[in-house]
Design a protein around this ligand. Structure first.
Ligand code: SF4
Ligand code: SF4
Ligand code: FES
Length: 239
């Protein structure tokens, strides 16, 4: 490469020269992509930026978060900002956590073949297979504990040979654990009372009636990481 500060990657089959030392997300923006979907917090918390790539000469597909993974020479990549994984419908208050409700709502967890692919796929380094096994045993406290840092990126569910929707199972486990085993925090009770008493109605009305220009100004003033402007904005990622 003539310019050592640039490296070549392929986004959906098209070659781009992008700066070295930036994330995949920044590299895509540098290349001219504007994110409509597939970007959120830009800090590894929201799970919106699932991305898959394979490097020239390597057989493995890699699954990563675009905002966390640094770009590397020869990456062939595309974004997967959404995992088709419908969530089971339930009303929490009507469930009996002493029964194996996780298995009833997500019977596919019984198909787990203990391959550990989900754990290896997880960018949060969560013991995903272990929380699925805990779900199978009906141990909601263990599911809640092990899945606590899940950001619902879906990367585990994309690779599971048993078609398990891990993050929905984990979320249901945490909810059941919260209802069945944990006391309601005082600060939450106090905040709900504030909401019910209309403590924030004025602020909400101010926002709802603000002009577009005022909303834009407030948005621009928010405290957040600076976003680098793309140099060429010619294509959009609207998956
Ligand atoms: S990837 Fe699926 S089948 Fe394999 S261990 Fe994880 S949950 Fe089980
Ligand atoms: S458990 Fe699955 S959905 Fe949750 S962070 Fe890990 S890979 Fe993403
Ligand atoms: S943009 Fe939120 S995790 Fe990447």
């Amino acid at each position: 490469m003539a310019d050592e500060k640039l490296t070549q990657i392929y986004i959906m089959g098209k070659a781009y020269d992008v700066p070295v030392g930036v994330t995949i997300m920044d590299a895509m923006e540098y290349a001219g992509y504007r994110f409509i979907r597939g970007a959120g917090c830009r800090s590894g918390f929201c799970g919106a930026c699932g991305t898959v790539y394979r490097k020239a000469g390597e057989y493995r597909l890699e699954f990563v978060l675009a905002c966390q993974e640094m770009v590397e020479e020869g990456m062939h990549l595309t974004q997967l900002p959404f995992t088709p994984a419908p969530r089971s419908d339930y009303t929490l208050a009507e469930l009996d956590p002493s029964e194996n409700v996780l298995l009833q709502h997500y019977p596919e967890i019984a198909r787990c073949v203990s391959c550990n692919t989900c754990t290896k796929a997880c960018p949060q380094e969560i013991e995903v297979m272990d929380y699925i096994q805990a779900a199978l045993r009906g141990d909601v406290a263990k599911v809640a504990e092990l899945s606590f840092d899940c950001i619902a990126c879906g990367l585990c569910a994309m690779r599971c040979p048993a078609d398990i929707k891990h993050y929905h199972v984990g979320q249901m486990g945490r909810r059941l654990h919260g209802v069945a085993d944990l006391a309601t925090p005082e600060h939450l009770t106090a905040r709900i009372a504030q909401l019910d008493g209309g403590a924030f109605d004025g602020e909400m009305e101010t926002l709802a009636s603000a002009s577009l220009a005022d909303l834009k100004a407030k948005y621009a003033e928010r405290v957040i990481e600076k976003v680098q402007e793309p140099e060429v904005a010619t294509e959009e990622v609207a998956t």
